[in-house]
Write a new protein. Structure first.
Lengths: 110, 194
């Protein structure tokens, strides 16, 4: 193991941070425990919501496909309409696309 | 007479209990470091507790069914997003406070009672060692991205790829932020840890 000054410095920083975390006061520890309980009791979202979300997404996708595949039957959506369609989607999914890709890569690698 | 529950139901119940216990272990293992990271970022223990609570809730609600090995990067991604949101809200709040102060100079200072998020409680200060206090001040003074990269790499032990995923940036950016953070911290703390 390297004993260069930077490694030593980082070891000391880590030790100090660990000590600070260990020495948290009782009230803070109790509040953390309560927050953890609350999260565990909340549990995962119910499947029916996921199913409803999936159904809604499929419906939207179907409508979009219908609009795109039948240009003669309906005028093309203008920019504002397209923006509204996007606004209905889960923006967080787009925001985290890069992260989901990374997770998938990790899973494949593992 | 009541019929016995099907074996599959019992198994699912056991799986659910085991899954809950696993998530409990994970959160218990990470919660103190998460709190300190959020506290260093915000300068406020109460704000940090709120941020960690939100992150725990979101992980449990959305990702409890994911594999345990995914919880770490996911939790830190959520935590860092919450800290980023806190900074953004702070910017808006400061903007309004500046505006109110500029318009209410002659009136009583109704905002004087609002806690300064950067302030620390005296009892917290007393518990810190001198070096610990200097470290916290130096970490708090780092630009947010440098602070994140440093704490995730050094304290949480994430590798460069996982840190980049948690911070939503490239691996090159993580290396740059980390290197600058180490340089700045060594310079500021050389009196304590030469």
């Amino acid at each position: 193991m390297s004993n260069d000054p930077e490694t030593e410095f980082l070891k000391r920083v880590r030790a100090q941070l660990d000590q600070d975390a260990r020495e948290l006061d009782e009230l803070t520890v109790a509040r953390l425990r309560a927050a953890r309980r609350q999260a565990l009791d909340a549990g995962p979202r119910r499947m029916r919501w996921l199913a409803a979300g999936g159904l809604a997404a499929a419906t939207v996708a179907g409508l979009v496909a219908l609009l795109l595949l039948t240009p003669a039957a309906s005028p093309p959506a203008n920019g504002l309409e397209q923006l509204e369609l996007l606004a209905d989607a889960d923006i967080e999914v787009y925001d985290n696309l890069e992260f989901y890709r990374w997770l998938a890569e990790q899973r494949r690698a593992g | 007479m009541r019929s016995a529950a099907p074996a599959s139901t019992g198994l699912r119940w056991e799986e659910r209990l085991e899954s809950r216990a696993a998530l409990d272990r994970f959160l218990a293992g990470v919660e103190r470091r998460a709190l300190r990271m959020a506290e260093i970022a915000t300068g406020s223990r109460d704000e940090a507790l709120d941020i960690v609570q939100d992150a725990m809730l979101l992980l449990a609600r959305r990702y409890a069914r994911r594999g345990e090995h995914e919880w770490g990067p996911l939790f830190h991604r959520i935590l860092q997003n919450r800290i980023r949101d806190w900074y953004r809200r702070g910017k808006v709040r400061r903007h309004w406070l500046d505006w109110l102060n500029a318009n209410d100079e002659d009136e009583d200072d109704a905002l004087a009672g609002i806690a300064d998020p950067g302030s620390r409680r005296p009892e917290d200060e007393l518990g810190n060692t001198r070096a610990g206090h200097a470290l916290e001040a130096a970490l708090h003074a780092l630009p947010r991205r440098q602070q994140q990269a440093f704490l995730l790499r050094v304290w949480e032990g994430l590798d460069v790829a996982a840190t980049a995923a948690a911070m939503d940036c490239s691996e090159g950016s993580v290396k740059t932020h980390f290197s600058r953070a180490v340089h700045a911290l060594r310079e500021q703390l050389e009196d304590h840890w030469p």
